[in-house]
Design a protein around this ligand. Structure first.
Ligand code: IPD
Ligand code: CA
Ligand code: CA
Ligand code: CA
Length: 272
């Protein structure tokens, strides 16, 4: 089947996109290569645009009939997001997740690719080129980091929970009130600046959970499967699994195990 034959080609595409379009610009970005989208913190660079173009050409050729939904293409044409809910298999692409960190010359950014069909993510890739990390997941077959199995494990009983807060600039006041529920005894809120790397930290057991307050599928699709296949799970504030096709009650949480997800989702719903 497709993944058995072609997973290595997807990896190769990610590595090439980074080698050709992302890493040569890291710490060498010219001013004219950086643009603003909706506001001062909403950045896009030539690395984002060109890496997405590279993947948009390469990935559909690996799976005939598949389409791409990419962050920057959706910015140019919002209607293209609808393919997430369409009939065809869809490659969901975030060419640079953590653009602000990329622009600052920090290593905390990654490329995210998920292959979904009918709203279900079947495989995912999280590649952090400046850190030299590649995490992959295939539904029902586990998660790997640089070829080694990933197990999220559980927090130490009685230990303080390491919960990250990941939010876009447009988080609503209601969502902020829900997030405030995290500032409670036994929880240590933090943030890392790349949604994809938040998921990787959970899958590795380096973080216990993250609360996210937005839905864009390119930020979540890859990491949700990575966390699930490493043994973790996700829940919205309403106590349901997060769906990449939308309509979720936000914020939601992804966590190392089911008990932690329930605890954090509970804190989020008590907050408002
Ligand atoms: C952003 C990062 C960040 C999160 C933002 C995202 P981008 O993605 O994941 O951690 O707080 O909401 O938009 O724009 O750098 O791909
Ligand atoms: Ca962006
Ligand atoms: Ca992103
Ligand atoms: Ca991005």
């Amino acid at each position: 089947e497709f993944l058995a034959r072609r997973a290595a080609d997807v990896e190769e595409a990610l590595r090439e996109a980074a080698a050709q379009e992302i890493m040569p610009r890291w710490r060498r970005l010219a001013e004219h290569e950086v643009d603003h989208k909706s506001g001062p913190h909403d950045l896009v660079t030539d690395a984002d645009r060109k890496a997405e173009l590279y993947l948009t050409k390469t990935l559909p050729a690996l799976l005939p009939g598949s389409v791409v939904v990419g962050e920057e293409a959706v910015h140019a044409n919002p209607a293209s997001y609808e393919a997430i809910r369409g009939e065809a298999p869809v490659w969901i692409v975030d060419p640079v997740d953590g653009t602000r960190q990329f622009v600052r010359g920090e290593p905390g950014f990654c490329t995210l690719v998920a292959l979904a069909h009918g709203g279900v993510v079947h495989a995912s890739w999280t590649y952090a080129p400046a850190r030299g990390l590649l995490a992959t997941a295939v539904r029902g077959r586990g998660a790997l980091l640089d070829g080694e199995p990933l197990h999220s494990g559980s927090p130490e009983p009685g230990s303080e929970l390491r919960v990250a807060v990941s939010h876009p600039d447009y988080t609503t006041d209601e969502q902020k009130r829900a997030l405030l529920g995290l500032w409670t005894d036994g929880v240590a809120p933090r943030s890392c600046g790349s949604a994809g790397l938040e998921y990787l930290a959970i899958a590795r057991g380096e973080s216990d959970a993250t609360a996210f307050s937005w839905e864009a599928a390119w930020d979540h699709a890859a990491g949700l499967l990575l966390v699930e296949e490493a043994g973790g799970t996700h829940l919205t504030r309403a106590g349901e699994p997060f769906r990449i096709t939308g309509g979720n009650t936000l914020p939601f949480t992804a966590a190392r195990d089911a008990a932690t997800a329930r605890r954090v989702a509970g804190l989020l719903s008590d907050g408002s």
